[in-house]
Design a protein around this ligand. Structure first.
Ligand SMILES: NC(=O)c1ccc[n+]([C@@H]2O[C@H](COP(=O)([O-])OP(=O)(O)OC[C@H]3O[C@@H](n4cnc5c(N)ncnc54)[C@H](OP(=O)(O)O)[C@@H]3O)[C@@H](O)[C@H]2O)c1
Length: 255
C-alpha cells in the first residue's frame, strides 16, 4: 500500500524553525522523509537544528535565516530555497511572539510588533511561498494558530488572541483564493505546549497541575503532540482539506 503520509521527495520549509514548536515539527517532517529547510533569525541556532534533523533522519536539510516581517528577506529566502532545492512543496509557519500586557495599558508599539510578526509575517510568508506553489498548481501551507483563535484568555493576552483570530480568518480566505491552484491552506491550533518559553510551567509542580487541570485529557502538550497533525496536513492524506484549523488541545476547545 502507498503510504499516504509519506513526505519522501517533498521540499518542506519550516519558518520559526529554531523555536520550540518549529524544531519539533521540522524533525517530524524529516522523519516522514521530507527535505527540511529551517528558517529563523539566528544562523547558529538553525545550524544546530539542521544537524539534529540530519542525525535523526538522514534527510537533506539546511538552515537559512530570514526576517518574516521583511518582504525582501522572505523573497530572498524563497529564491534561495528554489535555487538550491528546485521548488517548495510544504511551508509551515511556526514563528510567533506573545507580549503579555494588560489591555488598558497595552502600548500601541507592542501591539504593532505583535501584529507585525504574528499576522503581517504570516501574510508575507504565504504570499511569497504560495507564488512558487501556484506555478506548479500544488502546495501545502500550514500556519500555527492557537486555541486562542476562537477562545478569549485573560493574563494580558488581548493582542495574542487578536493575532491568532486574524491568522485563522486570513488562512481561511487564502484557502479560498488558492483552491483553484490546488494549494491547501490550513492551521494547527495547539493548547499550551511545553517549549523553552513555557518550560517554567512544567518545572513548577503547582503551576503544571493548574494548567493541566484546564485540559480535559489532564496533561500539558509537547511539540511531539503536534507532529502527526503537521505530517497529515503536509501529506497527500489531506489533499481535500483546506481552510481549517485543527485544534490539537487535549479536548480543550470541545468544552
Ligand atoms: N508554545 C505554545 O504553548 C503555543 C500554543 C499555541 C500556539 N503556539 C504558536 O506556535 C508558534 C510557535 O510557538 P513557540 O512556542 O514554538 O514559540 P517560540 O519558541 O518563541 O518560537 C518562535 C520562533 O519564531 C521566531 N521569530 C520571531 N520573530 C521572527 C521574525 N520576524 N522572523 C523570523 N522568525 C521570527 C523566534 O525567533 P527568536 O526567538 O530569535 O525571536 C522563534 O525562534 C507561534 O505562532 C505560537 O503563537 C504556541
Amino acid at each position: 500500500m502507498t503510504d499516504i503520509f509519506s513526505l519522501k521527495g517533498k521540499i518542506a520549509v519550516v519558518l520559526g524553525g529554531a523555536g520550540g514548536i518549529g524544531v519539533g515539527l521540522a524533525k517530524g517532517l524529516g522523519r516522514a522523509g521530507a527535505t527540511v529547510i529551517v528558517s529563523d533569525l539566528n544562523q547558529e541556532s538553525l545550524d544546530k537544528v539542521a544537524a539534529a534533523i540530519a542525525e535523526e533522519s538522514g534527510v537533506e536539510t539546511c538552515g537559512l535565516t530570514a526576517d518574516l516581517t521583511s518582504e525582501e528577506s522572505v523573497e530572498s529566502l524563497v529564491n534561495a530555497v528554489v535555487e538550491k532545492f528546485g521548488t517548495v512543496d510544504i511551508m509551515v509557519n511556526a514563528s510567533g511572539l506573545n507580549l503579555k500586557r494588560p489591555a488598558l495599558e497595552y502600548p500601541v508599539e507592542d501591539w504593532q510588533k505583535m501584529f507585525d510578526i504574528n499576522v503581517r509575517g504570516v501574510m508575507i510568508a504565504c504570499k511569497y511561498f504560495a507564488r512558487v506553489m501556484k506555478e506548479k498548481k500544488k502546495g501545502k501551507i500550514i500556519n500555527l494558530s492557537s486555541v486562542r483563535e476562537i477562545r478569549g484568555y485573560t493574563g494580558g493576552n488581548s493582542a495574542y488572541v487578536a493575532t491568532k483570530a486574524a491568522v485563522g480568518m486570513f488562512s481561511k480566505t487564502l484557502a479560498l483564493e488558492l483552491a483553484e491552484f490546488n494549494i491547501n491552506v490550513n492551521c494547527i491550533g495547539p493548547a499550551l505546549i511545553i517549549t523553552p518559553g513555557t518550560i517554567h510551567i512544567k518545572n513548577d509542580p503547582e503551576l503544571a497541575k493548574k494548567y493541566a487541570a484546564l485540559i480535559p485529557m489532564g496533561r500539558l502538550g509537547e511539540p511531539e503532540d503536534l507532529v502527526g497533525t503537521c505530517v497529515f496536513l503536509a501529506s497527500s492524506a489531506s489533499d481535500f482539506m483546506s481552510g481549517q484549523t485543527l485544534f490539537v488541545d487535549g479536548g480543550l476547545t470541545a468544552k
